[in-house]
Structures are given as C-alpha cells and as structure tokens.
Ligand binder design. Structure first.
Ligand code: UDP
Length: 250
C-alpha cells in the first residue's frame, strides 16, 4: 500500500446533548476504533446515552469528560434533541443490545469477556450464549444483586478480561464503571443495560419492523407499563428541559 492510500480514521463529530458530549459514530467506525484500542491494550469506557441516561446521569455529567471515555447516542429521543439543538442528526442509532453482539461477532481477535450484572440465572445463561454464539471465552460472570464492589474488582483483576460488560441499568452501571474502571486493568468497560436479559432470552426484542420504525421504546413500554410509564412521560419532558437548559447556558 502506498502512503497516499493509507487513510487515518476520521474523527467523529461531537454533539452536545444536555451536559454530555456525545460522539456521532457509525457502528462500523466505532467497532473499528474499539478493536484498535483492544489491540493496543488500552482502557476504554463506553456508554450508550439514551434519554434515560441523560436524565439519570446529568448530576455527574462532568465525570464523562475524559479522553478514555466514549459516549454514543442511543434512541430516537437523542436524534430529536440533535435535530432541535443542532439542526443535524446522529450518523446512526447505536444501542448496546444491537452493537455489542455485532462487536463480539465481528472481532478479529478472540476475546476474554467478563459479564457483571443481572440475576444469577440470567448472567449464567448470557455467558453461555456469548461462548456459544460468538466463540469468545467468558472469564467471569457475576450477578448484579447483593454486590460487594471489592469482590467484583478482585474477580475482574484475577480474570484479566479484554471486555467487561456491566449490566446494572442507568445510572448504576455508569456510576460503577466511573468509580472503578480506572483502578482496574485496561480493558473495554461498557454499560449494557438489559443486554444479558436479551442474550439469555428472558426478554423479547421488538420485531425488526418495529425497530426499523424506531418504536422499540413503545414495544418495551407496552410490555412493562408499570415500570416504564414514567420514563417515557415525565422523564421525556425532563430530558428536553435538560437539553434546553444546557443550550441556554452554552
Ligand atoms: N440490575 C442489576 N442490579 C440492580 C438493578 C438492575 O443487576 O441493582 C440489572 C437488571 O437485572 C437488568 C439490567 O440491570 O438485567 C438492566 O436493568 P433495567 O431493566 O432497569 O435497565 P433498562 O435497560 O430498562 O434501563
């Protein structure tokens, strides 16, 4: 290859959504960047920011301003905010439930994966899926209930993983990664929400046509109305207020 054909990866655009700097990545470019970081043995903290993330993590938003941290957009609310605040859209809709299986499935290297979060039977079943479906080695699996942080950190240190998937929901998983990842061995630390429930087939994804219409949130709301109604009403209003307030301050 001649030097003129070697292209360096383009820097993604950053859009400010509320108090967060959110990177506008395509899934392929994001995966490429993460594989490079993994090959170099660097620590990366990756967060998927949806409206619930913005509302529940806004009080410690400054902690996400760190070169080792990447925040990407998840969901239609973030796109609406980008359009309203910046007159543009994110490149792609990214979410952990679609992106992480794609990342694991496309990895050029075998990975050592640690799963932390969800109920014991769910994380156990999700681990088996990671091994069976993607062929990676699961080097640790711990439930996210009755957690002893020191014990989780010790298990992660001993396991020497490449990837640590943290599934505690917002904002517990974000706080956990921000509080602990920097003192743990370099790896990719990702907050993945309900991913283990999907991998373990305890939760059902919306049909593809619903996802294409970007209505998966409505599908989830209909499945768990008691738990989620506030998230899609009161919190949705709070989300746009947070965005407006941050724009007024800028
Ligand atoms: N979870 C956990 N410990 C907790 C709270 C939640 O391990 O203290 C797990 C929960 O079992 C689920 C995941 O975190 O597997 C995501 O939680 P939730 O459904 O609240 O997240 P959502 O995707 O709805 O934001």
């Amino acid at each position: 290859m001649t030097p003129s054909t070697v292209s360096s990866p383009k820097l993604p655009q950053t859009l400010r959504i509320g108090p967060f700097r959110v990177k506008s990545f395509g899934a392929q470019a994001l995966a490429g960047q993460l594989y490079r970081q993994l090959a170099l043995g660097r620590r990366t903290e990756l967060f998927f920011a949806n409206t619930n993330f913005v509302v529940t993590c806004k009080d410690f938003a400054a902690r996400f301003d760190d070169p080792a941290i990447t925040v990407v957009n998840d969901g239609i609310g973030m796109d609406l905010a980008a359009k309203l605040m910046h007159g543009t859209r994110f490149q792609e809709n990214l979410n952990g439930t679609d992106f992480i299986p794609r990342l694991l499935g496309g990895s050029p290297l075998p990975l050592r994966v640690f799963l932390f979060g969800a109920r014991p039977e769910v994380v156990g079943e999700a681990s088996r899926t990671v091994e069976r479906r993607f062929g990676h080695e699961v080097v640790g699996a711990l439930s996210g209930y009755g957690v002893d942080d020191a014990e989780v950190c010790r298990r992660i240190r001993d396991a020497e993983p490449d990837v640590v998937l943290v599934a505690l929901g917002n904002p517990l998983q974000e706080r956990w990664i921000l509080d602990h990842a920097k003192a743990l061995p370099p790896a990719l630390y990702v907050g993945v929400g309900a991913l283990f429930d999907f991998l373990a087939e305890r939760a059902v994804r919306a049909p593809v046509w619903v996802r294409k219409l970007r209505l998966e949130w409505l599908f989830r709301l209909l499945q768990e109305p008691k738990r989620l109604w506030k998230r899609y009403t009161v919190d949705a209003v709070r989300f746009f207020r947070i965005c407006r307030a941050a724009r007024a301050e800028a």
